[in-house]
Design a protein around this ligand. Structure first.
Ligand code: IPM
Ligand code: MG
Length: 350
């Protein structure tokens, strides 16, 4: 088991350090090697996804990533922004299937801004297509047309790109409550009309899964109105970016949510759903649980080690039950801890 570790920027190094300790403690004989991705890579090499990182990531079975980005690099030309490194590694490794679970831990029910009865027991999975759509479509750019600046991006999908992500979503639904909601904007966008057509066709291969369709604006509304109507949601790259942030906040704390980005052979990149949080970087207060839970997803999806994945998840549940809380999920009466102490608590629970 070869794992490429990319701590990244901001709180990335702090939270990844805890996840690495947890992985090490499981004694699975993993080989871990670190490399640069994001702003730190731009600073060191001028490239957010340097050659050396590419080699390591391509040779590894899985990649563990902290987070990339920060105000320091926001004014860089696009090719030298941390985000370009992230998009580059997703595209190069063919990580088209992004799984973003949103689970509300009962211990954290008060962390949500929604009424407890709306979110209690929430367990949904957003399946986001990750290597196509307007994110990667050509032509793109800002140019002069008729004496004024003109901004251009292109949304496109091939039917095979749509079919393969739909299959991932149907398979995931089969392992859950057998309900899949496909989200599009077919009333306006041809590209997503094709999405719906292919979703319906693919659905014929999965008669045991109940397929529904929803327009993205309505989906955004339904997610806050009645989120528990959803089991698995599948959508394109752009809509998935937005809806997955919304879904994560139903749980009150984006600091708890892991994610997996998989290729066709279950090679994967695992990262917390949250960003690099530059405002709290270096202070030792960030919540490492999303990254630790990302390691559990890695063990489940890439290494097919359900037992080890379950051990990590059980340990996280236990530390929550014991009252350990980082600042983002803190409530009066609980034990406030920093990044390292939270890591210690998980290790003890393991
Ligand atoms: C995410 C992030 C990225 C995305 C950014 C950082 C490029 O928002 O993983 O959701 O838009 O995909
Ligand atoms: Mg996003």
């Amino acid at each position: 088991m070869k794992i490429c570790v990319l701590p990244g920027d901001g709180i990335g190094p702090e939270i990844v350090a805890e996840a690495v300790r947890v992985l090490g403690a499981l004694d699975l004989g993993v080989e871990m090697e670190e490399a640069l991705l994001g702003g730190c890579a731009v600073d060191a090499t001028g490239n957010p996804y340097p050659e050396a990182t590419q080699k390591l990531a391509q040779a590894a079975d899985a990649v563990l990533l902290g987070a990339v980005g920060g105000p320091k690099w926001d004014k860089n030309v696009r090719e030298q922004r941390p985000e370009s490194g992230l998009l580059g590694i997703r595209k190069q490794l063919g990580l088209f299937a992004n799984l973003r679970p949103a689970i509300l831990y009962p211990e954290l029910a008060n962390a949500s801004t929604l009424k407890p009865e709306v979110v209690a027991g929430l367990d949904i999975l957003i399946v986001r297509e990750l290597t196509g759509d307007i994110y990667f479509g050509q032509p793109r750019g800002i140019e002069m047309r008729n004496g004024e600046r003109f901004g251009l991006n292109t949304m496109h999908y091939t039917e095979s790109e749509i079919r393969r992500i739909l299959r991932v979503a149907f398979e995931a639904a089969r392992k859950r409550n057998r309900k899949l909601c496909s989200v599009d904007k077919m009333n306006v966008l041809e590209c997503t009309q094709l999405w719906r057509d292919v979703a319906i066709e693919t659905g014929r291969e999965y008669p045991d899964v109940e397929l529904s369709h929803m327009l993205v604006d309505n989906a955004a509304m339904q997610l806050v109105k009645n989120p528990k109507q959803f089991d698995v949601v599948v959508t394109g790259n752009m809509f998935g970016d937005i809806l997955s942030d919304e879904a994560s906040m139903l749980t009150g704390s984006i600091g708890m949510l892991p994610s997996a980005s998989l290729d066709a052979n279950n090679k994967g990149l695992y990262e917390p759903s949250h960003g690099s949080a530059p405002d709290i970087a270096g202070k030792g207060v960030a919540n490492p649980l999303a990254t630790i839970l990302s390691v559990a997803m890695m063990l489940r999806y890439t290494f097919a080690n359900e037992a080890a994945a379950g051990r990590i998840e059980a340990a996280v549940k236990k530390v929550l039950a014991q009252g350990f809380r980082t600042g983002d999920i803190f409530e009066p009466g609980m034990k406030k801890v920093g990044t390292r102490e939270m890591g210690d608590a998980v290790l003890a629970a393991l």
